[in-house]
Design a protein around this ligand. Structure first.
Ligand code: NIG
Ligand code: FE
Length: 399
C-alpha cells in the first residue's frame, strides 16, 4: 500500500517515549494523531494540527499503543498436547518431559504442515496486537529438522532462535556429551545461517550449566546472540550464566535467589535499564499451575522486565499478549503501565531492538488501535478481544 496514512482522533496514545506527555515511561499523549509514510511513523502531534494524508483512520477517541513485541515463542511444531494438559489439570506435574512427544510429531511432519502451524499462530498473534514475534526451533533436534525449523521460521520473522539444546532427544539419552558435541558442531553449522540467537534450556532434566555454557559459547563464536531458558522449574545457575555471557535475556525467572537478582541488576546501563532483561512468561505458570515469578522484586531492583507468551504446545499454548498482561497485573503485582511497557518496549529490549516498541518519527509504524479508551483496559477487561485494528509497517492487518 502506498501513500500516506493518518490515524487521528486518538484519545490516548502510548508512545513509550519517556518524557513525552504523561505516564512516565509510557509517554502518553491525549487527542493525538500519527502520520504514517512509507511504513514508518512520519509525524506525531495533536489531532488538530495533523497534516493531510492520502488515507485516514479515525480512532474515534480510542487508545493506540505500539504493537506488542513477543520475544519468546516456540511456533514450529506439529500436533498438540491437550491430553497432557488435561492430565496436569488432574494433578500431574509439568516436567518438560512432554517435549519429546512434540519432537516426534514435528520430525514426522512435512514442511508445509509446519509452515501452516506457524502461519496460523502468527495470524492469531497479529490479531491480538503482536507485530514482532521471536520464533525458536527446538522440536526437531536433528541437524536437518533444526535447520528446516529455522528456515521456516525465517519466512515469518527476523527474530529466529536456535534451540537445538531444548532437551536431549531419546536417541542420545545415555550419551548427552555426544549430543552436545553434535549441537555445537554440525547442527549449529546448519542452523546458524537461519538464526539470530542461540538459546539453551538450562534446567535439571535438560542441560546443566557446563553444557549450557559450552553450547552458548559456540553460538557466540559464530555471531549468534545469547538468550536462555533459566530458573523455570527450580532454582539453578541459568540466570547467572546468562549474565556471565552477556545474554540479551534470561527467560522464565520463576525461581530467583537474591544473588540472581543482584547479578541481573549488575548489568545496569546508562539508560536506566539492564543489559540483560528478565523475560517473564506468565502463560507458562498459568498453564502449569506453578507459582508466578516475583516481578516486583525484579522491578524494584531496577531490572528491565519483558513479558512474552512462551507460546508452545506444552507449557503455554497461548499467543495472547493481552492475556499475559492481565496475568502480570492481577497475579504478579505489576502495574498496568509496567505490564504494557514490558510487553512492548520490554520485549524490544529483550531482542536488543532500538527501533521497536516505541512510537516516534522514524520508527516502523507498528501499532494497534484498541476498542477501549485506555491501555488500562488490557488488564481490566481480561479475555475480551479489545484489539480493533493492527498496523504492521504501516499496513492494516487482517482483523
Ligand atoms: O519454555 N521449558 C522449556 N521449553 C518450553 C516448554 C516446551 C514444551 O513443554 O513443549 C517452555 O516452557
Ligand atoms: Fe520457552
Amino acid at each position: 500500500m502506498t501513500g500516506s496514512l493518518l490515524v487521528d482522533n486518538i484519545g490516548e496514545l502510548v508512545t513509550n517515549v519517556a518524557g513525552e506527555g504523561e505516564g512516565g515511561p509510557l509517554g502518553i499523549r491525549h487527542h493525538a494523531a500519527v502520520l504514517v509514510e512509507a511504513g514508518r511513523v512520519a509525524w506525531i502531534g495533536p489531532t488538530r494540527y495533523a497534516p493531510a494524508a492520502d488515507r485516514r483512520i479515525d480512532a474515534e477517541g480510542a487508545a493506540v499503543l505500539p504493537g506488542f513485541v513477543d520475544s519468546h515463542a516456540h511456533l514450529v511444531f506439529a500436533g498438540d498436547r491437550a491430553a497432557e494438559f488435561a492430565a496436569r489439570m488432574s494433578g500431574q506435574p509439568y516436567t518438560g518431559g512432554g517435549i519429546r512427544t512434540t519432537v516426534g510429531a514435528t520430525r514426522a511432519a512435512s514442511d508445509d504442515e509446519l509452515r501452516a502451524t506457524v502461519r496460523r499462530l502468527r495470524v492469531e498473534a497479529m490479531r491480538q496486537g503482536t507485530t514482532t514475534i521471536e520464533i525458536k526451533s527446538g522440536y526437531g533436534l536433528t541437524v536437518a529438522d533444526e535447520a528446516r525449523s529455522l528456515r521456516i521460521a525465517t519466512e515469518f520473522t527476523d527474530e529466529t532462535t536456535f534451540l537445538g539444546a531444548h532437551v536431549v532427544p531419546a536417541e542420545y539419552a545415555d550419551r548427552p556429551d555426544d549430543y552436545v558435541g553434535m549441537v555445537c558442531g554440525p547442527m549449529l553449522a546448519a542452523a546458524a545461517p537461519y538464526a539470530r540467537w542461540i538459546d539453551v534450556f538450562c534446567e535439571r532434566g535438560a542441560f546443566d550449566v557446563d553444557h549450557a555454557r559450552a553450547i552458548l559459547a559456540c553460538g557466540q563464536a559464530v555471531g549468534l546472540g545469547v538468550r536462555l531458558h533459566a530458573n523455570q522449574l527450580g532454582p539453578g545457575p541459568g540466570v547467572q550464566l546468562g549474565v556471565e555471557l552477556g545474554a540479551a535475556s534470561v527467560d522464565h525467572c520463576t525461581h530467583l535467589t537474591d544473588a540472581d537478582i543482584e547479578a541481573l541488576a549488575s548489568t545496569a546501563t546508562e539508560d536506566g535499564g539492564t543489559a540483560t532483561v528478565a523475560t517473564l512468561l506468565p502463560g507458562a505458570e498459568f498453564s502449569t499451575r506453578s507459582p508466578y515469578p516475583d516481578a516486583r522484586r525484579l522491578l524494584d531492583a531496577g531490572v528491565t522486565v519483558a513479558l512474552a507468551t512462551d507460546c508452545n504446545p506444552g507449557s503455554s499454548y497461548t499467543s495472547s499478549m493481552p492475556f499475559c498482561i492481565a496475568l502480570a497485573v492481577c497475579e504478579m503485582r505489576m502495574t498496568p503501565a509496567e505490564a504494557v511497557w514490558a510487553a512492548t518496549a520490554g520485549g524490544a529490549a529483550a531482542l536488543r531492538r532500538d527501533d521497536l516498541g516505541r512510537l516516534r518519527p522514524g520508527a516502523p509504524a507498528d501499532l494497534m488501535i484498541l476498542d477501549a479508551p485506555s491501555h488500562l483496559h488490557l488488564a481490566y477487561r481480561p479475555g475480551v478481544p479489545l484489539i480493533r485494528q493492527v498496523l504492521h509497517n504501516g499496513v492494516p492487518q487482517c482483523r
